[in-house]
Design a protein around this ligand. Structure first.
Ligand SMILES: Nc1ncnc2c1ncn2[C@@H]1O[C@H](COP(=O)(O)OP(=O)(O)O)[C@@H](O)[C@H]1O
Ligand SMILES: [Mg+2]
Length: 236
């Protein structure tokens, strides 16, 4: 199977080398659990190490913050952008106007950007705001399915993030992502410790333990050999 390495140090060996090409995964966790860093690493290393163009769509943060945070790790974003290996796009939704036409328009923009740079990797950080925009659960479910179908057709490996309240079994912000994605990576943050657990990844014999995750001056790192006990997360 063709696999897409995330480029997150210590992680790919836990998932048999990478995410199956074309699959979609959800990175979920509480505030500050390093979801955004994980998702930016996927795009940055994809471009830098593997030469795969990637599109990073931010829903909540402004563009300057995203670039600033990455440059803080010493990543050379500008040269990757100049060579069309990386693109960062801020999705705009005006909550006072009808939501669905705006989402359709944004999907069209994302699609043309993916085609323009020939993106092999796509992230949407985060999908949490969708539930604020669309409060009817049936409509929200429909939108997520439509959204993921659309992304599937792009032939990109897709990483979505979602913010949860951060509990051990709390992997979903809407309760339906599980049916939409092929994989779920859960991040935990029990200050000051961070960790990661692979809840599912279709077509992959993956690791079953919780592993420590560290933020270093250069980005994030997972220790695939150390294990965090579930009991330390469950107290949370
Ligand atoms: N350059 C950095 N050096 C050290 N720590 C950082 C750096 N950038 C971010 N962090 C820390 O990482 C945390 C998690 O970041 P982030 O990925 O934005 O979390 P999330 O998206 O899950 O809310 C931040 O709250 C901050 O404490
Ligand atoms: Mg974030």
């Amino acid at each position: 199977m063709d696999r897409v390495p995330t480029g997150v140090i210590g992680f790919d060996e836990l998932i048999d080398g990478g995410i199956p090409r074309g699959a979609s995964v959800l990175v979920s966790g509480g505030a500050g659990s390093a979801k955004t860093i994980f998702a930016t690493t996927f795009i940055y290393e994809g471009a830098k190490k593997y030469g795969e163009p990637g599109l990073f769509v931010t829903v909540e943060d402004n563009l300057k913050n995203i670039v600033w945070n990455m440059e803080n790790f010493g990543w050379d974003i500008k040269s990757l952008e100049q060579r069309d290996l990386m693109k960062i796009y801020r999705m705009h939704i005006d909550p006072r106007k009808p939501i669905e036409p705006q989402i359709d328009k944004e999907l069209d923009i994302i699609t043309s950007m993916v085609k323009d740079i020939g993106a092999k990797r796509l992230t949407i950080d985060s999908t949490t705001a969708f539930s604020a925009w669309i409060t009817d659960p049936g409509k929200l479910r429909n939108l997520l399915f439509r959204f993921s179908d659309y992304l599937k057709d792009l032939d990109c490996t897709t990483m979505l993030t979602a913010e949860t309240s951060g509990g051990p079994h709390d992997f979903s912000a809407f309760g339906v992502e599980e049916f939409v994605v092929d994989g779920i990576f859960m991040l935990y943050f029990i200050p000051p410790h961070r960790s990661i657990f692979i809840r599912k990844l279709r077509g992959t014999k993956h690791d079953q333990k919780v592993h420590p995750l560290f933020i270093t001056p250069k980005g994030i790192e997972i220790n695939p050999h150390d294990e965090i006990m579930w009991s330390s997360i469950k107290q949370y």
